[in-house]
Design a protein around this ligand. Structure first.
Ligand SMILES: O=c1ccn([C@@H]2O[C@H](COP(=O)(O)OP(=O)(O)O)[C@@H](O)[C@H]2O)c(=O)[nH]1
Ligand SMILES: O=C(O)[C@@H](COP(=O)(O)O)O[C@H]1O[C@H](CO)[C@@H](O)[C@H](O)[C@H]1O
Length: 346
């Protein structure tokens, strides 16, 4: 009996992975500046940081974007921090570092703001002007400006691209401030827990075209305003999965891309917080499965495979590993003929 052939990504995702995965180094910033100039208004760039109680990290991110991508190399035209209802000094720290700070309640006041990250990302479209909008989480540590230039790059050089996600290693770094126990620990590639346990399985089973995304939930992504303004925004943590799925349905897989920007260090929430996040993401997926009639019985799953990624220690490239997702079940034992005549050991 020949062994099952090694399962593979669906051909569309495999082809996409080869053609739409890049590295930040593929597009040097100086090349991007030339493309930006040639693009005129279409090359205008707004960077948006959604921020809830991020006084500890928002300042360094703002200073780095201003220094490296506005003053030294004028790639970014505006830098906005949208305060999501912070109780700490986020707004003051961000303003002192050079960002324009807007509180969510100042935006579209006729529609009272709901809590959540997606709410402030949606509202940010009302208070920014760039034709390219770049979302960056405000809890990043050791922030590298390539996080911005890397994902904005394809939108400046490739007219057919409409949304670009960052991809990176995600060590799980539990620092004393993150951990109730107060101890620090690092698990290489242990981060992205909701990605690995919820989002990636959901996307692989129901939207196999998206199986090539290394970090589908990553908070760093850039897109054309002309796309974002046509998409619904889940107001909570479902925003990344919702936008990715809706971008696929709206713009098509070839309009999407991903760029390797290295390693992402960020604050990690505890397990119960991620459980609430996972429930929101699952519900966001269910609503889209229903809306697009992709919800099928498991036997009809388009492609019962799960593709995961590791970074090859030699090539430093992300490598796909695809596994079958079995749903084999046995019938109730009482229906098995031998069951009635079974001989129990004395
Ligand atoms: O209600 C919220 C929740 C989160 N955030 C911001 O969204 C980003 C990602 O949130 P978080 O770090 O909590 O998500 P995680 O990375 O832990 O999944 C951060 O800049 C948060 O400050 C926000 O603006 N409003
Ligand atoms: O990817 C994930 O599993 C979660 C949690 O990451 P960690 O396990 O804390 O590294 O983080 C992401 O998910 C959120 C929901 O989409 C995004 O809003 C965050 O930006 C992103 O960090």
């Amino acid at each position: 009996m020949p062994a099952d052939p090694t399962p593979e990504l669906v051909p569309q995702a495999a082809s996409w992975l080869r053609r739409r995965s890049w590295s930040a180094a593929d597009r040097p910033v100086r090349t991007l500046l030339e493309a930006k100039r040639a693009a005129g208004r279409a090359g205008s760039v707004s960077v948006v940081l959604p921020a809830l109680d991020e006084e500890a990290t928002v300042g360094d991110i703002v200073r780095t974007v201003r220094r490296e991508l506005m003053e030294r190399l004028p790639l970014v035209d505006e830098l906005v921090v949208v305060d999501s209802g912070s109780a700490d000094g986020t707004a003051a720290v961000a303003a002192a570092a050079g960002a324009r700070v807007v509180h969510r309640d100042e935006i579209l006041p006729r529609l009272p703001a709901a809590p959540g990250k997606g709410e402030v990302l949606w509202r940010s479209l009302l208070v920014t002007r760039g034709e390219i909008v770049c979302f960056i989480d405000a809890d990043l540590r050791e922030f590298d400006p390539a996080f911005v230039s890397g994902i904005v790059g394809p939108l400046l050089t490739d007219p057919g691209i409409q949304l670009v996600k960052a991809m990176y290693d995600r060590p799980l770094e539990v620092t004393p401030s993150d951990s109730a126990a107060g101890d620090a620990a690092v698990v290489p590639s242990g981060g992205g827990r909701v990605t690995e346990l919820v989002a990636r399985p959901l996307l692989n089973l129901h939207w196999p075209e998206l199986a090539g995304f290394v970090q589908p939930l990553g908070g760093e992504y850039a897109a054309r305003r002309s796309l974002l303004e046509r998409l619904p925004f889940p107001t909570g943590y479902g925003v990344e999965l919702g936008l990715l799925v809706d971008a696929l349905e709206t713009a098509g897989l070839d309009a999407l891309a991903q760029v390797d920007v290295g390693v992402r260090h960020h604050r990690h929430q505890d397990g119960q917080a991620l459980g609430r996040m996972a429930a929101t993401i699952y519900r966001t997926a269910l609503e889209r499965l229903d809306r697009t009639h992709r919800l099928k019985a498991s036997a009809d799953l388009v492609h019962p495979l799960l593709t995961q990624f590791t970074r090859d220690p030699e090539t430093r490239e992300f490598t796909a590993h695809t596994h079958p997702v079995t749903a084999l079940e046995r019938p109730p034992m009482h229906t098995v003929p031998e069951y009635a005549g079974r001989h129990l050991p004395r």
